[in-house]
Write a protein that binds this ligand. Structure first.
Ligand SMILES: [Mg+2]
Length: 232
C-alpha cells in the first residue's frame, strides 16, 4: 500500500508543533538559544512526522522573514510611523543575539535610518533605566518617553521606574501593543501617541510581536514551506 501524505494535514501538524513552543530552548538562567531551539524543532518533527535536518529548518525559518514581516499601521510600516515621531527611536529587544540580528536584518529594520538597535541577550528590563536616562533633555527640558511592548511585565517594569525618571525631567508612558486587537494595534498606538500633550516625545519599542509579526511568520509562512520539503 502506498502512503499518501496530505500536504495540508502535514502543514497543520507542523503548525501545531511550532505553536506549542515546546522546541524553545532556554538556558538555566532563561536565555533563549536559537541554534539549540532549531535542533529541538528538528528532533520533534523528525520523530512525530518525518526526518528533517536542523539546517533545513533554520534556512526555511530565516528566509521566511522579509520586509512583509513588518507590522503595519494602515498602508505604512509601523516602524516608519514611529520614526517620523522620533527620528532616533530605540529598538529594545531581547533574545538570542544571532536570531534577533537575523530577524531585524531580513525584515529591513536595521536599514532604517535613525533607528537605534539595543539588542539584549537576556533581561532587557535591566537595561531600560540607562536607555531611558540617555534620552533626558540636554538643556533640562521635559521629555516624554513612550515605551511600547507586547509584554505587560516589561511595561510594569518601565512604570516602576517613573519616580527615578521624574527626577531627570522624564515622563514615562507605556503602551501594550497587541497586533491582532483593533483597540491595541499599531494604529491604536499611534492615536495614543498623537493624544500626548508633551512636546518632546521619544520612543522605545520592542521588536517581536510589535514591529515584527514573528508569530505570523512562524505559524503561517513557515509550516507550508516545511511541509513541502517533507513531502519530497
Ligand atoms: Mg515582544
Amino acid at each position: 500500500m502506498i502512503e499518501i501524505i496530505d500536504p495540508s494535514f502535514l502543514t497543520e501538524q507542523i503548525r501545531q508543533i511550532i505553536k506549542s513552543k515546546n522546541w524553545y530552548s532556554l538556558t538555566e538562567s532563561g536565555r533563549f538559544l536559537w541554534q539549540r531551539s532549531v535542533e529541538l524543532m528538528a528532533e520533534m518533527i523528525s520523530s512525530e512526522i518525518s526526518p528533517v535536518s536542523p539546517e533545513i529548518i533554520k534556512e526555511i525559518i530565516e528566509s521566511s522573514f522579509g520586509p512583509e514581516s513588518l507590522s503595519k499601521a494602515g498602508d505604512e510600516c509601523f516602524v516608519d510611523c514611529l520614526l517620523r515621531i522620533d527620528p532616533a527611536t530605540i529598538l529594545w529587544s531581547e533574545g538570542d543575539l544571532e536570531w534577533q540580528k537575523t530577524k531585524a536584518t531580513k525584515a529591513g529594520l536595521l536599514d532604517r535610518l535613525g533607528l537605534i538597535p539595543q539588542l539584549i541577550a537576556k533581561e532587557k528590563t535591566a537595561a531600560l533605566k540607562d536607555i531611558v536616562l540617555s534620552l533626558a533633555g540636554q538643556m533640562g527640558e521635559q521629555v516624554c518617553v513612550v515605551v511600547i511592548d507586547d509584554k505587560e511585565k516589561n511595561l510594569t517594569h518601565a512604570m516602576s521606574l517613573q519616580d527615578q525618571f521624574a527626577e531627570h525631567g522624564i515622563l514615562i508612558k507605556t503602551f501594550q501593543l497587541k497586533l491582532s486587537d483593533v483597540g491595541a494595534n499599531p494604529a491604536a498606538c499611534l492615536a495614543f501617541i498623537k493624544a500626548i500633550q508633551e512636546k518632546n516625545i521619544r520612543i522605545v519599542v520592542d521588536m517581536d510581536g510589535v514591529l515584527v509579526d514573528t508569530d505570523s511568520v512562524l505559524s503561517q509562512a513557515v509550516p507550508p514551506k516545511l511541509a513541502k520539503v517533507l513531502t519530497f
